[in-house]
Ligand binder design. Structure first.
Ligand code: DQA
Length: 147
């Protein structure tokens, strides 16, 4: 299968950005770990971070015929973007929503997500492990429906 991992704005700063909330692991470290898992299990991975909403949307559109499952941390767009939500619904690719921090224990404006009600799964508060669990889930979902 082909998996797509998408990261929204400011996640390029992971490792130095508010480390007491987001930890010291960089996005490159996360990508390496996920690539190791996908190749070990015989799958492939596309990985992208963007600070621009339209790039995330265009990437989702481009995934339409090539990606089996999307893992997305929409970052601040979680709380604002009807457009990214609509893109995910438009291509009809199942996805998991991941947040490093527990958004529910933070400011009230982070409690609402435009993605959670249409996501296959939602993970928050597990730090970088959330990405690994989401990928493991995605692989199992794919293998369940394709064996
Ligand atoms: C985040 C939580 C969002 O509220 C925030 O805007 C982010 C990161 C997380 O991974 O915990 O940029 O998605």
């Amino acid at each position: 299968a082909n998996f797509l991992v998408l990261n929204g704005p400011n996640l390029n700063l992971l490792g130095t950005r508010e480390p007491e909330i987001y930890g010291y692991t960089t996005l490159d470290d996360i990508e390496k770990t996920l690539r190791a898992t996908t190749s070990k299990r015989g799958h492939s991975l596309e990985f992208l971070q963007s600070n621009a909403e339209h790039i995330l949307i265009d990437t989702i559109h481009g995934a339409r015929n090539s990606v089996d499952f999307i893992i997305i941390n929409p970052a601040a767009f979680t709380h604002t973007s009807v457009a990214i939500r609509d893109a995910l619904l438009g291509v009809d690719i199942p996805f998991a929503e991941v947040h490093l921090s527990n958004v529910h224990s933070r400011e009230t404006f982070r409690h609402h997500s435009y993605f959670s009600d249409v996501a296959k799964a939602v993970i928050c508060g597990m730090g970088v492990l959330g990405y690994e669990y989401a990928l493991d889930f995605a692989i199992q979902e794919y293998e369940k429906s394709n064996t």
